[in-house]
Design a protein around this ligand. Structure first.
Ligand SMILES: Nc1nc2c(ncn2[C@@H]2O[C@H](COP(=O)(O)OP(=O)(O)OP(=O)(O)O)[C@@H](O)[C@H]2O)c(=O)[nH]1
Ligand SMILES: [Mg+2]
Length: 594
């Protein structure tokens, strides 16, 4: 769309996924932060906000939806609607926005656009779309080829039909440009030159650089009384969006999405108004967090070796700073100054924060995630449930069901779209997913795909079994030796490779059976005087399992921690010395028996 609307120079080389500008986004191939752009199509300015698709970034989606008058829903022509599609679509439909559907990637050899068309309609009905919304225009598109068509028999040649639908179908902004100025802060940006920048859509009136404007505190919508204190300041800079650029302007009016600076107390959800008409808009409702983890100062033996920021003070300041723009996040202090509890919308949401911090040079530890329970109307305990969607080859269906059963899973749907694959969706307590991913990957030999997302709160499911297998724990500090791994790998999947540094209490691999084992991964082969060649190099080692942050979050048990540094992710026992762990286990057994 950018290209065909002339956002690029004729021969400009444009990289793929050009809006995903943040390094983490580029690396992972997903959108994390919503971004604004705008194109001009035959004299009509179309503001576009690109949102993340994943449900964990729902907070991001919820607030930007307040800036738009319509939505374009992109669905993969082979995969069909995914759990995350349902999430964003529900939000958009509930706000009464009119959707346009693009069934994209019709160039894929396994595309089934008609089936996907039906699935999207089914989804709309499920989500109680209005008549108007059900009447959504559908386009079959290939964004790679730059084509759209409303009828499959007539292959598209460009995106004109899609642009036309947007112009015809999405209402113009309704705000009166002659009324008193009003704008909701939907998102934030920061520049070291000009400070905090508010981004939002002007609801009503107009604003000029130099205007004195009020910035109202959060609160109930309506006129703000004289007593309430609010910031009054001058707009120092004003920008609108155009293609991939921000354009500095002197004036903007109702319907424009702008970036505006000059205020100290900018916060998401606050309202800007003219000074003589301080009318607050409804704030941004963000869904409550569902899981928590503890961020703990790194107290392992390797602390401070790889990170720049390691103190509890630095960690605390950084976490609280994150709240300014990450609206679905909560940070709480605990009894210990070394520990903060951080709550978010899912493992990915928290995982991205951790990943961002380690890139900035932070070093810290994280606990196993806990679900956030609530009380129901009759005082009963409720816990979060997720929708789990699994694609596996038919042969692995049995083992998946067998493993999910004890995790209190309920099957919602099973489909057999062909090609030997089955798609199943389940309702599962969020707790039931902890530790499941690694089993799933092992059980399906890496051929399965799983997605999950928050669904709702439901009755507490009772005790659930934890991880099935135990871990191998390094019993001393040192450098990992191939010879030692060669002996261990028959009964374990290693997480470390030769040359890695380990310490006592660090987790080096997964036991293929239940129960933890303390092992020496630094053990050298005894040198005899008959030594021949470098025997170490003859050991054939399985590659270690790669431990990513999200993997680690789903993997660890309550008595374990993840150590996160800019260079490494290590798993460890909370209690490092093997003797202390044994004593604790003995004490627990005694307590159990009595
Ligand atoms: N074959 C084919 N691939 C496409 C087409 N459009 C996009 N892709 C590929 O699909 C992948 C995902 O594209 P993205 O633009 O990141 O998808 P997205 O919906 O923005 O993803 P999120 O923002 O993370 O939800 C990229 O590798 C694209 O190259 C298409 O029309 N045909
Ligand atoms: Mg994207």
């Amino acid at each position: 769309m950018l290209r065909q609307a002339g956002a690029f120079r004729a021969n400009q080389q444009v990289e793929e996924r050009v809006m995903d500008s943040n390094p983490l986004e580029r690396e992972r191939g997903i959108t994390i932060l919503a971004k604004n752009t705008a194109v001009n199509w035959h004299g009509v300015k179309i503001n576009i906000v690109d949102t993340p698709g994943h449900a964990d970034f729902g907070g991001e989606v919820e607030r930007i939806l307040r800036m738009v008058d319509g939505v374009l829903i992109l669905v993969d022509a082979a995969e069909g609607p995914m759990p995350q599609t349902r999430f964003v679509t529900r939000k958009a439909l509930a706000l009464g926005l009119r959707p346009i559907v693009a069934i994209n990637k019709i160039d894929r050899s396994d595309a089934e656009p008609l089936r996907v068309h039906d699935e999207v309609l089914g989804l709309f009905i499920d989500l109680e779309a209005t008549h108007d919304q059900l009447d959504a225009p559908f386009h079959y598109t290939s964004s790679r080829a730059g084509t759209a068509t409303a009828e499959l028999e007539k292959p598209g040649t460009d995106l004109v039909p899609l642009f036309q639908s947007i112009v015809d179908y999405v209402p113009e902004p309704k705000g009166d440009p002659e009324g008193p100025f009003q704008m909701l802060v939907s998102t934030l940006d920061f520049s070291s030159f000009i400070g905090r920048i508010a981004i939002g859509r002007i609801e009503r009136g107009r604003v000029r650089v130099g205007d004195g404007v009020a910035l109202l505190p959060l609160g109930e919508p309506g006129m703000v009384s004289e007593e309430e204190d609010f910031e009054r300041n001058r707009v120092t800079r004003l920008y609108t969006f155009d293609g991939l650029h921000r354009v500095e302007v002197q004036e903007a009016e109702a319907g424009d999405i702008v970036a505006l600076s000059g205020f100290e107390t900018i916060e998401i959800g606050k309202t800007f108004t003219s000074v003589d008409h301080p009318e607050r808009m409804e704030g941004i409702a963000v869904e409550e967090p569902t899981i928590s983890v503890d961020f703990i100062v790194n107290n392992g033996p390797f602390a401070g070796r790889e990170g720049k920021y390691v103190t509890s003070r630095q960690l605390r300041d950084r976490l609280f700073r994150e709240l300014e723009r990450n609206v679905a996040l909560r940070v709480e202090e605990t009894d210990s100054p070394d520990t903060h509890t951080v709550s978010g919308r899912g493992e990915l949401h928290l995982g991205i924060l951790m990943e961002t911090m380690r890139r900035e040079g932070f070093e810290f530890q994280v606990s196993r995630p806990r679900v956030i329970t609530k009380l129901g109307p009759d005082g009963e305990r409720l816990e979060p449930y997720e929708e789990l969607m699994i694609d596996v080859p038919e042969a692995y269906m049995g083992v998946v069901m067998e493993k999910l059963g004890p995790r209190r899973t309920e099957m919602i749907e099973m489909k057999n779209p062909g090609q030997g694959m089955v798609r199943m969706s389940f309702r599962i307590p969020a707790r039931g997913l902890f530790g499941y991913r690694s089993e799933f990957l092992t059980d399906t030999r890496g051929t399965g795909i799983m997605h999950h997302r928050f669904l709702d709160y439901g009755p507490w499911a009772g005790p659930l079994a934890g991880r099935k297998r135990g871990v191998l724990i390094a019993d001393r500090e040192g450098s990992v030796v191939a010879f030692a791994l060669g002996n261990l790998q028959e009964r374990a999947q290693m997480f470390v490779e030769p040359g890695d540094l380990v310490y006592e209490g660090m987790i080096a691999g997964e036991n293929s059976r239940p129960g933890d084992l303390d092992v020496n991964v630094t053990k050298e082969k005894k040198l005899s005087n008959m030594r021949t060649t470098a025997s170490d190099e003859n050991v054939i080692l399985e590659p270690p399992r790669e431990i990513t942050l999200e993997y680690a979050l789903e993997y660890i048990e309550e008595d374990e921690l993840i150590e996160v540094t800019p260079k490494t992710i290590r798993l460890r026992k909370r209690v490092l010395p093997a003797n202390d762990r044994k004593k604790a286990a003995r004490a627990a057994r005694v307590a159990d028996a009595s």
